[in-house]
Design a protein. Structure first.
Length: 242
C-alpha cells in the first residue's frame, strides 16, 4: 500500500484495543480506536476509515447493528471479531455485510493478512469521480441488475447503485466471466481471490444468498444464480445456452 490507510478499531476490551492499535501503527497504518458505537461515529464524522475491525459483542449497540449501519452508508472494509464458537454469529455478520471475520483470540499476523486482503479487493474499484468510461462488453445483465465490471458497481433497473461488499463484487465478477458454467465453492474462492482467508464452509452460501436478494426477482426461487446440488452454483445468462 503506497499511502497510509486509516484503520478504525471498535472493541470494548482496552487491552486488546491497545495491542491492535500499536501493532497496526507499527505496520504503517493510521489508527483510531474506540470502545463503542458513539465513539465510532465521532471518529467517522472527522473523516472516513478505509477498514474497520469490529468486535461483535459491544456495550449498547452490538457489532452486527453497527455493521448494518456502516454498510447502509457506503463502501468500507469491515472485519468482524467473534468468539471462537460463534458460528451462527459469523454467518449473521456476513449477512449484515462484513467482508471477513476472525475468531478470538486473535493472531495478529493473520489479522494483518485479512486486513490487507480486504484492502486489496477494495483497491480494485476506481474512485467514482475518476472512473473511466466502461468499454464495450464490460456491462453484464444479472437478473434485475446491471453489473459494471469497469466501474466495479452494480445498478438496479432504475439506474441506482446497489451496495456491494468487495467479496460480493468479486463473486459476481467470477460468475459474469464464467456464464452457464457450474462453479464449485473452491473455484469461487479461487476466482474471487479469497484463498488466503480461512473461510468456513458455508460462507460462500451466505454471500450467494445476499447477492440473490439484490439481483433476483424472487430470491426464494432463483433463476439467475442457480444452485446445482452437490456441485456448486451457476450463473444463467440470458440469451446464451449452457
Amino acid at each position: 500500500m503506497d499511502a497510509k490507510r486509516h484503520l478504525l478499531i471498535v472493541d470494548d476490551d482496552p487491552d486488546l484495543r491497545d495491542t491492535l492499535h500499536e501493532y497496526f501503527e507499527t505496520n504503517g497504518f493510521t489508527v483510531s480506536s474506540v470502545a463503542d458505537g458513539p465513539g465510532m461515529r465521532r471518529v467517522l464524522k472527522d473523516g472516513p476509515a478505509d477498514i474497520i475491525i469490529m468486535d461483535l459483542h459491544l456495550p449498547g449497540e452490538d457489532g452486527l447493528a453497527l455493521t448494518r449501519e456502516l454498510r447502509a452508508q457506503g463502501p468500507v472494509g469491515i472485519i468482524m471479531l467473534t468468539g471462537s464458537g460463534d458460528t451462527v454469529d459469523r454467518i449473521v455478520g456476513l449477512e449484515m455485510g462484513a467482508d471477513d471475520y476472525l475468531a478470538k483470540p486473535v493472531d495478529l499476523r493473520e489479522l494483518l493478512a485479512r486486513v490487507k486482503s480486504v484492502l486489496r479487493r477494495a483497491q480494485k474499484a476506481p474512485d467514482s469521480d475518476a472512473a473511466p468510461a466502461p468499454e464495450a462488453g464490460q456491462k453484464v445483465r444479472m437478473g434485475t441488475c446491471m453489473l459494471d465490471l469497469a466501474a466495479h458497481r452494480l445498478y438496479d433497473a432504475a439506474g441506482q447503485e446497489v451496495a456491494l461488499t468487495s467479496m460480493e463484487f468479486d463473486l459476481l465478477k467470477a460468475f459474469a466471466q464464467h456464464p452457464n458454467r457450474v462453479l464449485s465453492r473452491d473455484q469461487l474462492l479461487d476466482l474471487a481471490h479469497n484463498r488466503e482467508s480461512d473461510v468456513f464452509d458455508r460462507s460462500i452460501d451466505v454471500r450467494i444468498t445476499r447477492i440473490r436478494k439484490k439481483i433476483e426477482i424472487d430470491a426464494e426461487k432463483p433463476q439467475v444464480l442457480k444452485t446445482v446440488r452437490g456441485a456448486g452454483y451457476m450463473f444463467v445468462q440470458e440469451g446464451r445456452k449452457a
